[in-house]
Design a protein around this ligand. Structure first.
Ligand code: PLP
Length: 403
């Protein structure tokens, strides 16, 4: 069957890239144009203002890079840090690991707090480390809000409280790649200083935009930040963005796509987007429970509303479930990464998604698990998710009830 046509839709359930709605695909289908024309700012200036609504900030400043989320990480660090600066970072999954690695490659000295994969940032430990840092050598705390590798969400408000309780001036750097635009993210209220995201998850776009939001306090650190930067220099953007331009050729179709993505999110209402993600995640979790399996997230307080990482039983390779789903049912599930390789598979439930799409993925996961010898009761996950959705609608939790 290799290379054979696969009729029907591919069910894309990796936790990013996510489904791109038809409206966005059409909005990106544009001829190229002069990005220095006098009309161009009509497209770009509102983007910056509208992004602030997604970050939930008044005073934060958004920068849009033609990059993926990793470029946004790099820009957040290099614009505010100098080689040798100390950073504090909990590590509890592949993405927190990679961010630490990136910081180290820029010469930063990262103090790592190891946490069990399946848990997240520990505010008490963060507070303790900051209190012990009497000379305020630690310049920043780096936390991955939603660890996509394990399906764990950390409490960023609690991390801010920890920093404040220690009366420490460290900046709060937050990776919101798989949370911003899908779950509640309160830049101002949580005292975030640098938040980063990418276009290919909650924003429902292809990969290609790295977006950073910086607080006034973060921007003050630009003076004297000696890390090498050129392409990712905020200063070049700040010189050109206020007039609606970019320091280099922007990724034009993606900007039109972003315009449409923001319009779609505001039409649904951000509150409703967040409620829908919680609701779809709850349906997925009901299925996992009915299968008799467990999540990688060790406690409900860590549960992610954008991705569920599902542990497979001993003796089964999670990669076989994923390959079977892909080859057998045209369903793309997320793989276990590094420490979790083979131990789990992931269902991404973020972006442009509804109940029946998700039930398709749950059904395909169920069939694939049975195909590779995992003894789940046929239909059990689908039935549990269905019953959750039907009941929850009655409880008014969904966007439908909110209408
Ligand atoms: N951070 C998180 C939490 C992610 O999930 C990802 C990618 O999946 C990244 C960072 C890296 O982003 P990108 O692949 O867009 O560079």
């Amino acid at each position: 069957m290799a290379g054979a046509r696969r009729p029907g839709r591919n069910f894309l359930f990796v936790p990013g890239p996510t489904n791109v709605p038809e409206r966005i695909l059409r909005a990106m289908h544009v001829p190229m144009e002069d990005h220095r024309s006098s009309d161009f700012p009509k497209l770009t200036l509102p983007l910056y203002e509208d992004l602030k609504k997604v970050f939930q900030t008044k005073d934060g400043r958004a920068v849009i890079f033609p990059s993926s989320g990793t470029g946004a990480w790099e820009s957040a660090l290099t614009n505010t840090c100098s080689p040798g600066d100390k950073m504090l970072a909990p590590r509890f999954g592949q993405f927190s690991h990679l961010w630490i690695d990136l910081a180290r490659r820029h010469g930063l000295e990262v103090i790592v707090q190891e946490e069990t994969w399946g848990t997240g940032a520990d505010p008490e430990k963060i507070e303790e480390a900051l209190r012990a840092d009497k000379n305020h050598e630690i310049k920043g705390v780096m936390v991955v809000h939603n660890e996509t590798a394990t399906g764990v969400t950390s409490d960023i408000a609690a991390v801010r409280r920890a920093i404040d309780a220690a009366k420490h001036p460290a900046l709060l750097y937050v990776d919101g790649v798989s949370s911003i635009g899908s779950v509640d993210f309160r830049f101002d209220e949580w005292g975030v200083d640098l938040a980063i995201t990418g276009s290919q998850k909650g924003m429902m776009l292809p990969a290609g935009l790295g977006i950073v939001c910086a607080s006034p306090k973060a921007l003050e650190r630009m003076d004297g930040a000696a890390c090498t930067k050129a392409y990712f220099d905020f200063a070049d953007h700040f010189r050109t963005n206020p007039d609606g331009y970019f320091p280099y050729t922007p990724a034009l179709p993606l900007l039109y796509g972003l315009r449409e993505s923001l319009a779609i999110m505001f039409e649904e209402g951000l509150e409703n987007v967040f409620a829908r993600h919680r609701y779809l995640a709850n349906g997925t979790r009901a299925a996992v429970e009915a299968w008799g399996l467990s999540l990688c997230a060790k406690d409900p307080k860590w549960y992610s509303d954008t991705v569920s990482a599902i542990m497979v039983p001993e003796g089964v390779n999670g990669a076989d479930v994923i390959d079977r789903a892909y080859r057998g049912y045209n369903l793309a599930l997320g793989a276990g990464l590094t420490e979790m390789a083979g131990k789990l598979f992931r269902i991404g439930h973020l972006g442009d998604l509804n109940e029946l799409m998700l039930l398709g993925a749950i059904s395909g996961a169920e069939m694939s698990m049975r195909d590779v010898g995992i003894d789940v009761v046929p239909g059990s996950g689908v039935a549990a998710a269905q019953e959750y959705f039907r009941g929850a609608q009655g409880m008014g939790e969904t966007r439908l009830a909110a209408e």
